[in-house]
Design a protein around this ligand. Structure first.
Ligand SMILES: Nc1ncnc2c1ncn2[C@@H]1O[C@H](COP(=O)(O)OP(=O)(O)OP(=O)(O)O)[C@@H](O)[C@H]1O
Ligand SMILES: [Mg+2]
Ligand SMILES: [Zn+2]
Length: 272
């Protein structure tokens, strides 16, 4: 028993020793020497290990669901037989978005497409790149899950207040809101989604959204379908309100993804 403990503490010690950064010796600071016109200049800066640790903490805090943890822009492919051309285009837009993102500008992406076209994969891939390569704070939320958490906060036995849930959603540099519109619209749902989107819009914060609903306003779709309007497919305008849909167009660049359900097509392939 006692020997086990000693053995265990030796193991821990070895692990700590191995983890000490060779660049900074664990201090978090490193000296950079630059030489200009024959004279050497020594400066002390934050060590890379600190940046890596910060980014790893950001990734852990991003709430990316386990099912999507493996999703990266690099593992997304538009190169398979029958791939719809919109997929390669969407991938290109995603890569450029990561490269060119200016967090002060606030323009996000509205990724629209049918079931299984790879919307969530692409959105998670973007978030991971932004965290690991740009050190930006990102937060992933499934729309249904977010609304449920807010609703739960009204329950007096739950500790978290509405603002506890909403503050990080308002303030994170990049928000991924997955499956926008997937909750049956009610007055409360509309008010809540307006509060979230308007707050982020007013603060110029970047939002990446995915949705299965076709990008159309409720009013236009009703007009187009005339007497058949009761049987038409719901649009994004029907689900989040025409005003919010129009606001989204100001906040985001639209990316359309078409094609078959990737899950059906590659059920047993080596893509996962
Ligand atoms: N082009 C692709 N390259 C590699 N993997 C893909 C691609 N498209 C989809 N996948 C994989 O297929 C699965 C389904 O994709 P994903 O969940 O992103 O689709 P979705 O459009 O978000 O679907 P839903 O509308 O149901 O939310 C995931 O495991 C994802 O990693
Ligand atoms: Mg999805
Ligand atoms: Zn270091």
């Amino acid at each position: 028993m006692e020997t086990d403990k000693i053995h265990e503490s030796r193991l821990t010690l070895t692990k700590v020793q191995i983890e000490i950064c060779p660049l900074c010796g664990g201090t978090g600071w490193k000296t950079v020497v630059t030489s200009e016109a024959g004279s050497a200049d020594r400066r002390v800066t934050r060590c890379d290990c600190q940046l890596r640790a910060r980014n790893a903490a950001l990734l852990a805090a991003a709430r990316i669901p386990r099912r999507y943890e493996h999703c990266e822009l690099g593992s997304y492919t538009a190169d398979f037989p029958g791939a719809h051309p919109s997929l390669a285009h969407a991938h290109l837009v995603a890569c450029r978005f990561v490269e060119e993102l200016d967090p002060r500008d606030g323009t996000g992406l509205l990724i629209i497409g049918q079931i299984g076209t790879g919307k969530t994969h692409l959105a998670v891939g973007i978030a991971k790149e932004l965290i690991l390569n740009k050190g930006l704070a990102c937060l992933f939320y499934d729309y249904r899950e977010l609304l449920k958490e807010i609703q739960n906060s009204y329950n007096s036995t739950v500790q978290a207040s509405e603002l506890d849930v909403l503050r990080p959603v308002f303030e994170t540099e990049v928000l991924v809101l997955d499956e926008l519109g997937a909750v049956k619209p009610t007055e409360w749902v509309w008010d809540t989604v307006s509060l979230i989107l308007n707050t982020r819009y007013n603060d110029n914060r970047t939002t990446i959204i995915t949705t299965n609903y076709a990008d159309g306003s409720s009013a236009e779709a009703d007009e187009r379908h005339g007497v058949r309007r009761l049987n038409r497919d719901p649009t994004l305008g029907d689900r989040i309100g025409d005003r919010m849909r129009s606001r989204l167009h100001e906040m985001c660049r639209v990316v359309k993804m078409e094609g078959e359900d990737f899950r059906q097509k590659f059920r047993s392939a080596s893509f996962r």
